[in-house]
Design a protein around this ligand. Structure first.
Ligand SMILES: C[S@@+](CC[C@H](N)C(=O)[O-])C[C@H]1O[C@@H](n2cnc3c(N)ncnc32)[C@H](O)[C@@H]1O
Length: 246
């Protein structure tokens, strides 16, 4: 699938609509800690770092240094310039980092943007220390029914059906010596509540929503508004997968 081109407007929309504060990602913090055993001073490669929400969370949670690789300038410019986070221009297929520099790699909502997953796997093998895990957070075909966007915009499942499956990602990474060691479905609080979630939906900021027709999007917004009217404070819990390869 072709990458969305993020310009200044859509990068800003992405940050407002999609960035989740670390406090709403408790299950993710626990799962990453359990799978990657990260310690202060280690280095994490955040590939396709976007506006840096996870780069910040990883740095804040584990005290790690984050090399945040992001090809879109507009997104990269929004990565917080904190000490311990370094924003770099590059792609998964051509990582701008030295051999064996990282203790883990994080790919958040990015595998469906990468045109050559096998090349990305070879680059990750080069950039990671032996035994370092690749942590992939993504929607996968056939596994996305608990995603809030799919609940209200069911046709987004059609878009996700075009993403690489768990099996396809594993097959693309296998020649570089990676094998699957875990697959978790994990919750997050996508917004303070459903009313907050509805107010933050932004079509330009989301490949799934951009894949809908106008009618499908409008019907989804109607469903969402009706659910908010019914119970505005209901939780905005959404689920995504964490695939771990070593
Ligand atoms: C949906 S955003 C996810 C951003 C961030 N990881 C997050 O979870 O919020 C996907 C990002 O991948 C970037 N991207 C697109 N093609 C890429 C590639 N080949 N290698 C690395 N990143 C890529 C896009 O520019 C965009 O910032």
């Amino acid at each position: 699938m072709a990458a969305i081109l993020y310009d200044d407007r859509s990068a800003d929309a992405y940050r407002l609509a999609r960035d989740i504060p670390p406090g709403r990602l408790i299950a993710w913090r626990e799962a990453i800690g359990a799978e990657a055993a990260l310690e202060p001073g280690m280095t994490v490669l955040d590939v396709g770092a976007g506006t840096g929400a996870f780069a910040s969370a990883l740095h804040q949670w584990f005290g790690v240094r984050v090399l945040a690789v992001e090809p879109a300038r507009a997104m990269r410019d929004l990565i917080p310039g904190a000490e311990g986070i370094e924003a770099l221009d590059g792609t998964a297929e051509a990582l701008p980092v030295p051999d064996g520099c990282a203790d883990a790699a994080w790919l958040g909502s990015v595998v469906h943007h990468v045109s050559d997953l096998a090349a990305a796997a070879r680059e990750l093998r080069r950039a990671l220390r032996p035994g370092a895990p690749v942590l992939i957070r993504n929607s996968f075909p056939g596994r996305c029914s608990r995603d809030l966007r799919v609940r209200f915009f069911p046709e987004t499942a059609r878009v996700v059906a075009g993403y690489p499956s768990v099996e396809q990602v594993c097959a693309a990474f296998a020649p570089a010596g990676f094998r699957r060691i875990a697959l978790h479905s994990l919750p997050q609080q996508s917004a303070a509540d459903l009313a907050d979630f509805a107010g933050r939906v932004h079509r330009d900021a989301d490949a799934k929503l951009r894949g809908l027709t106008d009618e499908e999007f409008d019907r989804g917004m109607e469903r969402l508004r009706a659910a908010v009217a019914d119970e505005p404070a209901q939780s905005a819990t959404s689920w995504m997968d964490l695939l771990v390869l070593v």
